[in-house]
Write a protein that binds this ligand. Sequence first.
Ligand code: ZN
Length: 100
Amino acid sequence: MSLISCSECKKEVSNKANVCPHCGNPLNGNEPIEIELTNKRWKWFKLFGWLLFILGLYMSLGFAHAGGFSNPMVGLGIFVAFVGFVFLLIAKFGSWWTNR
Ligand SMILES: [Zn+2]
């Protein structure tokens, strides 16, 4: 453990501390990890969106092929694909918001 000086109040702080105990300033090294974690979360969001989108597409096409477009499962497939699409949009917006 060593001491570093806080970038805000210039007092000595342990380099193991997450925030300065004197002024509450978040210390070096924490912010990039936070952003990385958030990016990872958006990646999962995106992956989930793609999975739903592809699944929904397969469902609607498969059921349309089997029973025609009057099959209510076609609508469900389109709905699942739409939800996946919304997830993709949210992930895109979310990662933009984080990396802005
Ligand atoms: Zn400080």
